[in-house]
Design a protein around this ligand. Structure first.
Ligand SMILES: NC(=O)c1ccc[n+]([C@@H]2O[C@H](COP(=O)([O-])OP(=O)(O)OC[C@H]3O[C@@H](n4cnc5c(N)ncnc54)[C@H](O)[C@@H]3O)[C@@H](O)[C@H]2O)c1
Ligand SMILES: [Zn+2]
Length: 344
């Protein structure tokens, strides 16, 4: 039984403003499951509404989809007073947020996240963008959504286990950078599945992200704490994206957390005991990835990370569970050593 509670809220948000039209952007997979949500919204908004569907999957986060969707917007005669609704996971909020930011120099957009990853992370904070070939998020800008709807946890019932695990990777990150009580709770879990995800955890993670973004909206320094696990995680994700075996963003981040935890102990002040707790939690749910085959590529992606300075790599390290330190510059060699010793 579909639950349209949040669709009603969304319709209210849209009807309060005099938008000339609403464009509902979603991916093919979400559309096949939830096309009734779009129809329900259409029956409630007071302006014309269109739906645009892009193929599901990370490869749609591309400049060619930006061009395709912008062309469609133009053909639909959408003007600057149109509003885009991004209904989907992080791929859709990144792609749709970017398109809404550049189409006719910017139209309003609302995010309605449908994955755990998007509910607690990707739909919040205004980072939008697409990938350049395999290099993640190379083209993008920061622009805030008019509103983020939800979290509508009812949508998680259809989410594949892999996507739950992916969102859970970011949840572990939130716990590590600022929510030590959440870390204690996550340690008690035996399985990660939809029924185990508590609403309060999702809301607290989303709130943490909002607070960090409010402190440093332009991503100068403090906001970098959100990148814990991502310097190595993004490189692993980019490497696998270039192979025939891509892995979800949050699974790559979980692997990145494993290694960056080791760096936090070796080159920072994280205790050996807390390092073991974190690495144990990661390995309980994420089997080790064999990185040796891709090590050269992974290291070169790390070197080209947007946040680096000269030949030092910019990491966020942990001082303790719940306490993160942004902008720690480490020698590239430390990172290479850590990956080759498999974070032990
Ligand atoms: N902008 C940011 O701040 C930020 C933060 C984190 C991640 N991201 C980006 O988000 C993307 C990953 O997000 P994601 O994990 O949501 O991936 P995704 O959007 O690709 O969704 C994963 C899969 O789940 C499907 N799906 C979505 N909702 C569903 C539902 N309710 N039921 C069943 N299937 C559903 C999708 O069709 C897709 O196949 C990456 O591109 C990452 O770089 C951005
Ligand atoms: Zn992330």
């Amino acid at each position: 039984m579909a639950d349209y509670t949040w669709i009603h809220q969304l319709a209210e948000v849209l009807n309060q403003r005099a938008f000339s039209s609403v464009v509902f952007l979603t991916d093919s997979h979400v559309d096949s499951l939830y096309s009734s949500y779009c129809a329900e919204l259409q029956s409630q908004v007071s302006c014309p509404m269109w739906k645009i569907v892009v193929p599901a999957g990370e490869s749609s986060k591309s400049l060619s989809q930006v061009e395709r969707v912008c062309t469609e917007l133009l053909q639909l005669d959408c003007d600057r007073k149109a509003c885009m609704v991004n209904f989907g996971g992080g791929m859709i909020s990144d792609l749709g947020g970017f398109i809404a930011s550049v189409y006719k120099r910017g139209i309003a957009f609302v995010n309605y996240p449908t994955t755990l990853m998007a509910m607690l992370d990707a739909s919040i904070g205004g980072k939008t963008g697409v990938n350049l070939s395999q290099a993640k998020n190379m083209i993008g800008l920061v622009r805030q959504p008019l509103q983020v709807i939800g979290p509508d946890l009812s949508l998680l019932q259809t989410l594949p286990q892999e996507a739950i695990l992916s969102g859970f990777g970011e949840m572990i990150k939130c716990a590590l950078i600022g929510m030590p009580a959440l870390f204690d709770a996550l340690e008690q879990l035996d399985v990660v599945e939809e029924a185990a995800i508590q609403r309060v955890w999702v809301e607290q993670c989303a709130m943490l992200k909002q607070e960090v973004v409010r402190e440093d909206p332009e991503d100068y320094s403090y906001r970098h704490i959100l990148n814990f696990g991502h310097t190595i995680g993004h490189a692993i994700e980019s490497w696998r994206l270039a192979t025939e075996q891509p892995i979800p963003h949050g699974v790559a981040v979980a692997e990145g957390i494993f290694y960056e935890t080791a760096l936090s102990h070796r080159h920072g002040s994280l205790s050996a005991e807390e390092m073991s707790r974190i690495q144990r939690l990661i390995r309980k749910f994420y089997p080790p990835l064999d990185l040796q085959e891709g090590i050269g590529q992974i290291l070169s992606y790390i070197q080209y990370d947007k946040k680096n300075h000269a030949d030092k790599i910019n990491f966020t390290l942990l001082d303790a569970i719940g306490v993160a330190r942004p902008d720690c510059l480490l020698d590239w060699q430390y990172c290479a050593d850590c990956l080759s010793s498999q974070g032990q």
